[in-house]
Design a protein around this ligand. Structure first.
Ligand code: SF4
Length: 446
């Protein structure tokens, strides 16, 4: 597809992030059996408490065995021998002979590999009796637990305002006996923060029990600091790099990087410090390439935000949009308020501050009501200054997906940018309809 060899060769940080995502299984085995760490599963970006307890969070798909692209594997063997920098030089060298032409497809391959696995696990969920009217995300997640739930020591759940999600969370006890819950109050009533603070404290006690480690204010703040820095870098990619008229790589590759960041942000690839380093390097590399004029002039390509994608989406979409002359932005975690920082001041109360963060995310972002959610769409589209918005209507979602007509009305009144809706049930199932819809959508820019 669309990636240039130059893009991949100099994007060491992306290679590392991709490799760490795909090679999770080996890393997690090492953590569990050699380092005797507890593995705790988590879905949605709520891994901070697990890190603070000295355990290893895992977004369950990462326990799967992936077909790791041969070149990423080669890179990894080379890495252990000569380090990443030399590996990159080695690749540049090999490229002169045009031997590794297939590198052009590495990122595309990574995204397709992950999505193939998603589909496989979705099927596993269906085969095990998940009602077919559940959304793709929940069905796929259930499949992940059916497949590898036995490997984790506990699972951390946050209730959100989606009844299907909470039903799914409840069902996880069938696969992971030890369930740790953070009940999030459904509304922001008087003592909601107090209640949530208590519930988080209880979850912390459970985590201490599972890990045998003590969670202190310091360990929480240390983790929040790392998380805050990651969020800052994430915002830099979204607000600075993605807004540039010159991209550090092909825009379809850029969308794939955003997709990878969205997926890996849920557990920071099981190593927050390493993830932070890779993220910081990614921003540095992007800025350097933009400054040096390495990449692609995208000034005449409208920027289109596709959302929501965290519950499943058709990854061909950004490729189709690219071929139609647009660039794609995936920014779910920003939109769902997951990129807000958590205060870490000397006298702050980290448990209470975390409660405020979670409350804000669930009241104004994930699982909130349609009025608030559509406002959040409008606000994010404005902040990111996008030129168009594609709404991804997920089959079986009775919470988010119903809000498109309200959203369209608001966009017409407040933003006046082109918008359309595409439908999603399963990866690869609806590509032609998506292509037709996006074709008509892009006409609005001409
Ligand atoms: S909000 Fe919709 S997409 Fe998200 S978990 Fe609930 S049903 Fe699935």
């Amino acid at each position: 597809m669309s990636i240039f060899t130059d893009d991949i060769i100099s994007f060491k940080s992306v290679l590392r992030l991709a490799y760490n995502f795909l090679a999770g299984r080996e890393y997690l085995k090492k953590k569990k059996f050699k380092d005797r760490k507890k593995l705790i599963s988590v879905a949605l970006p709520f891994s901070d408490l697990i890190y603070s307890a000295g355990a290893v969070p895992v977004f369950p798909i990462r326990m799967e065995k992936f077909k790791v692209n041969a070149y990423l594997n080669a890179l990894n063997s080379a890495k252990s021998l000569i380090g990443w920098d030399l590996t990159t030089r080695l690749l540049s060298f090999v490229r002169q002979f045009d031997v590794l032409k297939i590198l052009d497809t590495v990122m595309d391959d990574v995204i397709h590999t992950i999505n193939e696995k998603y589909n496989e696990l979705y099927e596993l969920g269906i085969d095990n009796g998940i009602p077919s009217d559940f959304c793709y995300g929940i069905t796929g997640l259930t499949g992940m637990f059916i497949s590898k739930g036995k490997n984790v020591d506990a699972n951390l759940n946050f209730t959100i305002r989606c009844s299907a999600w909470n039903k799914y969370s409840e069902s996880l006890k069938n696969y992971v006996p030890r369930q740790i819950w953070v009940d999030v109050p459904p509304r922001e009533y008087g003592n909601a923060i107090e209640l949530l603070t208590d519930n988080i404290s209880k979850a912390i006690t459970d985590l201490e029990d599972v890990t045998g480690n003590l969670v202190t204010d310091n360990s929480l703040k240390k983790q929040f600091r790392i998380g805050n820095q990651i969020k800052r870098f994430y915002k830099t990619v979204l607000f600075e790099c993605s807004a540039s008229d010159f991209y550090p790589c092909n825009p379809a590759t850029f969308a794939e990087i955003l997709a990878l960041l969205g997926l890996s942000f849920q557990d920071y690839n099981s190593n927050a410090q390493r993830y932070l380093e890779n993220f910081s390097y990614l921003v540095k590399e992007m800025r350097e390439r933009i400054d040096k004029g390495i990449g692609m002039d995208v000034s005449d390509m409208p920027r289109v935000m596709i959302t929501p994608v965290f519950g499943g989406w058709e990854p061909e979409t950004h490729e189709i949009l690219y071929n139609l002359g647009a660039r794609t932005i995936y920014a779910d975690w920003e939109l769902l308020k997951m990129l807000e920082e958590i205060p870490v001041g000397r006298n702050s109360n980290p448990v209470e501050d975390y409660a405020r963060f979670v409350m804000n995310a669930t009241m104004r972002g994930i699982g909130c009501d349609q009025e608030t959610l559509t406002d959040s769409y409008i606000e994010t589209a404005k902040d990111l200054n996008v030129d168009g918005l594609v709404f991804n209507q997920v089959f079986g979602c009775h919470s988010i997906s119903n809000c498109y007509s309200q959203l369209r009305r608001k966009i017409r009144k407040k933003l006046e940018i082109p918008t359309t809706v595409i439908n999603f049930n399963k990866i690869g199932e609806n590509v032609e309809q998506v292509r037709t819809r996006l074709g008509a959508f892009m006409e609005m820019f001409r």
